[in-house]
Design a protein around this ligand. Structure first.
Ligand code: SER
Length: 345
């Protein structure tokens, strides 16, 4: 009999790093992790890891011969800034890669007569507000509003949300056989901030970069203007949201895609919080107008009332707590001995 497993793609990335630890601690299914990179040292031993490209079909064919895939957390993607430099590669990884995983999940669901759970992280990048005035007027966007992404990454995420809906609700709709298909669930993340990893290739990265630079006593030039505001979330909440939605009874869910919010901050407010913790921090603002425009097209905040109502979403970390209880103590530990001018709490 094949072993029942939970599959995590992009496992060595920012969300993957935190999620693999939590899933391993929960100890339900055996974990299979897949990433182009090896797993970082602190994740080793928690899963069976495959250093593979998600576009490699023979790899998936071999994998399903050995394992019964019960749940999928499909995190692998090229983020918004990186995707603008190589849009075709981004499309291949973000869309074709997701399509491949959705197809695999649909086939596995049919084979075992039970839906495979497919968890997908989408993003505020699916939104595209045309100008500042509109951004201020529609400050808390609902899921279906302003779905006009200005980046390849945003387009990819929005389309993959739709593919998830298609595979869950309509795949093989003309088939005469009874079809069991997958159970797709998606959260739209705001900018994520982790104490343990620095993201690569994103546009909301300035928040994390500012904090990690200050903790190491390095100067940082922020690539967006001081007043630019978007929503953010601490990584423990991001992982909680994914696991909470995964555990929600299907009958209680009326949507497939949910906004989730925690707090909104301008780049200047992030600078102030960082400087309070690291008084020696050297933070300046040197906007890169092109990158700034991308972040500027994202909403100031999201309406996450559906998530709150249907599966009890409630962030644990507001801005203050994110800094005082999560970021600062963990970052201080991480860079112990390297940081300069740190104020302890
Ligand atoms: N944090 C992502 C990025 O900046 C958006 O989801 O690309």
């Amino acid at each position: 009999m094949r072993k029942k497993v939970t599959l995590i793609t992009g496992a060595a990335g920012e969300v993957g790093h935190a999620l693999v630890k939590r899933l391993a601690a929960e100890g339900q299914n055996h974990l299979i992790t897949v990433d182009l990179s090896p797993l970082p040292a602190d994740l080793q031993g928690l899963s069976t890891h495959f250093q593979e490209d998600i576009l490699n079909q023979p790899f998936w064919d071999r994998l399903v011969a050995d394992y019964e895939i019960d749940k999928i957390f499909h995190l692998a993607a090229l983020l918004s800034t990186r995707a603008e430099y190589t849009p075709e590669t981004a499309h291949r990884v973000n869309v074709n890669g997701t399509m491949r995983l959705l197809k695999l999940a649909a086939e596995q669901s049919q084979w075992r007569g039970k839906p495979v759970l497919f968890m997908f992280p989408s993003s505020i990048a699916v939104y595209g507000l045309p100008d500042l005035e509109t951004k201020q007027r529609y400050s808390r966007v609902r899921e279906w509003e302003w779905n006009y992404p200005s980046t390849m990454y945003g387009c990819n995420k929005l389309y993959c949300e739709m593919l998830g809906r298609y595979f869950t609700q309509h795949y093989r709709q003309l088939s005469v056989e009874k079809t069991v298909t997958l159970d797709f669930r998606c959260v739209r993340y705001p900018g994520l901030i982790s104490a343990f990893t620095v993201p690569t290739g994103g546009t909301s990265d300035y928040a994390s970069e500012m904090i990690h630079a200050a903790a190491q006593g390095k100067p940082y030039a922020c690539f967006v203007r001081e007043g630019l505001t978007i929503p953010f979330m601490a990584m423990p909440d991001a992982v909680d949201a994914m696991l909470q939605l995964a555990a929600a009874p299907r009958e209680s869910l009326n949507h497939l895609v949910y906004n989730i919010g925690a707090f909104s901050l301008s780049a200047g407010q992030i600078r102030d919080l960082v400087c309070r913790a690291f008084p020696a921090a050297q933070i300046t603002f040197e906007p890169d107008l092109k990158r700034q425009n991308i972040a500027e097209s994202w909403p100031m905040d999201v309406d996450d009332s559906a998530a709150r109502r249907e599966w009890g979403w409630q962030p644990k970390f507001d801005a203050q707590r994110t800094f005082t209880e999560y970021l600062i103590p963990n970052i201080q530990k991480r860079y112990a001995g390297k940081a300069q001018g740190t104020r302890s709490r």
